[in-house]
Design a protein around this ligand. Structure first.
Ligand code: IMP
Ligand code: MG
Length: 187
């Protein structure tokens, strides 16, 4: 597992420290309110659970699940909702908690979907921002953990073909692992 990683970009201490800072900002900004933290399964779950534990205002969490067509590297931006929220969004202070914003198409889709339900406020918090392939230039990010270089990363919730999410750090996969065009392994 660890052998598949070429380089650790962010270790667990760096992540924890930054998550604490973001939580402090959110606690200040949402003082006296009761935000609804909304995340998308599964990538953002690790971030959401750590972040929410460090936020000091009362809050709720809820989840959506989506499928994106196309591979992880060739983002199509075509998204289908496969699990909706359980909680009503109307009149709530909604904070969309994302793992990474790349093209911005996924977050853009979610913002449109949530906005249509008339939240009182709607903001985006992302752990990672990789701006190089951004298509949706107008996306406003209120809370940003780290800006990362133009590399595909795994760990702390981020996966490659379903693997590596549970790594406690964020790292770059070795090129020989990251072969999008490689034929599917025999079953
Ligand atoms: P976007 O729609 O292009 O902004 O992509 C956002 C989604 O693509 C994220 O929520 C991730 O699921 C996935 N993604 C983008 N970049 C990476 C990466 O470097 N590693 C793992 N997943 C990624
Ligand atoms: Mg994802």
């Amino acid at each position: 597992m660890r052998n598949d990683i070429r380089e650790v970009l962010l270790d667990r201490e760096q992540i924890a420290a930054r998550v604490g800072e973001l939580a402090a900002e959110i606690s200040r900004d949402y003082a006296g309110r009761n935000p609804l933290l909304v995340s998308v399964l599964k990538g953002a779950v690790y971030f959401l659970t750590d972040l929410s534990r460090a936020v000091e205002v009362p809050l709720e969490i809820d989840f959506m699940a989506i499928t994106s067509y196309g591979s992880a590297r060739a983002q199509s931006g075509v998204v289908r909702l496969i699990k909706d929220l359980d909680v009503e969004v109307t009149g709530r202070d909604v904070l969309l908690v994302e793992d990474i914003i790349d093209t911005g198409l996924t977050a853009g889709y979610l913002v449109r979907l949530l906005h249509a339900r008339s939240p009182s406020t709607l903001r985006i918090c992302t752990l990672l921002d990789r701006p190089y392939r951004r298509i949706l230039e107008t996306l406003e990010i209120s809370y940003r953990g780290f800006e990362i270089p133009d590399r595909f990363v795994v760990g702390y919730g981020l996966d490659y073909r379903g693997q590596y999410r549970h790594l406690p750090f964020i790292g770059v996969l070795k090129d020989e692992i990251l072969r999008e065009d490689a034929p599917a392994p025999e079953a």
